[in-house]
Design a protein around this ligand. Structure first.
Ligand code: IPD
Length: 279
């Protein structure tokens, strides 16, 4: 895609994400209709579904040849396969558990990938009015202001974001707890905020120094990983190798040095990759 096409994609997506944000802003104040998906803490609400529909219908109308991967479409049985074709990867409400509890740390996340690389990333927390955007090679921005990672290299001075994720597979839970026990005494602090996209965006904004997750999905990282790269940060697999969007493991850091140190300390876990799991 050339830069004019990318710009057009960005503008259309930005308008739709703002509309989606309005839906989330209204819905968070109201009673939610909640269903469970893979387990009793993997939640979906009518708003997740409504927002995904709004985004996919709007983008498909503007870009009929483009493909889609959406969290709720995948849960409903759609294929979750990333090809080289332009593909919109959507988490309509990231931090659904927070949204259900009216905790204002939740967002809409939309990434555009083509040729298996990220071109556009938009993450919007409509409750706190935080709009994070990135376009490949053009930097990362929060509400129009350029953002950059902290540059921190020293784990003892680093604020680390880590999360449990939604599955309660005993091996994964054990790995998560082992990693917390390893990192807590070595880092400045460890936080788990309940939205992968916002957690990773926080690394891009320099509000924390590293984020890792051993069982998220492509829609959690499709936009956020671009933000970190465009903010001058480092994105890799949780073991330190190349980042693979579909492999469900990520480590984002303010510097390669910090990423390698954290990767070396983590006990690893490999969930079923996205494409194999669904579709
Ligand atoms: C979840 C959130 C959470 C992360 C989970 C994700 P969802 O996304 O990002 O922070 O730990 O792994 O599934 O389900 O709220 O869109």
């Amino acid at each position: 895609m050339d830069s004019a096409e990318i710009e057009q994609c960005f503008e259309v997506a930005l308008g739709l994400v703002k509309e989606a944000g309005q839906v989330v802003r209204e819905a968070i104040k109201k009673q939610k209709t909640i269903e469970t998906k893979s387990c009793n803490v993997d939640l979906v609400t009518e708003s997740d579904k409504a927002v995904e529909k709004l985004l996919i219908e709007g983008l498909a109308k503007a870009f009929p040849s483009h493909k889609f991967i959406g969290e709720e479409s995948t849960a409903a049985g759609a294929k979750c396969v990333l090809t080289h074709d332009p593909t919109w990867i959507i988490d309509p409400i990231d931090g659904t558990m927070n949204f259900v509890h009216s905790l204002p740390y939740t967002c809409v996340s939309v990434g555009l990938w083509a040729g298996k690389e990220a071109l556009v990333g938009i993450i919007f927390n409509p409750i706190l009015d935080q709009m994070f955007i990135a376009k490949k090679g053009q930097g990362a921005y929060l509400n129009g202001e350029r953002i950059r990672v902290s540059g921190q290299k020293d784990l003892s001075q680093a604020l680390i974001f880590a999360e449990m994720g939604t599955s309660r597979d005993p091996e994964k839970v054990k790995t998560v707890l082992t990693n917390l026990t390893t990192l807590m005494p070595r880092a400045h602090g460890v936080r788990g905020m309940g939205s992968a996209a916002l957690g990773i965006a926080s690394i891009a904004a320099g509000w924390g120094d590293a984020y890792y997750h051993l069982s998220l999905h492509c829609w959690d990282t499709a936009a956020a990983s671009l933000l970190v790269v465009e903010a001058g940060g480092f994105v890799c697999d949780s073991a330190g190798g190349p980042f693979d969007l579909m492999r469900r493991r990520v480590l984002c850091a303010s510097s390669p040095e910090l990423a390698q140190e954290v990767a070396g300390l983590l006990t690893q876990y490999q969930p079923t990759p996205d494409g194999d799991l669904m579709g």
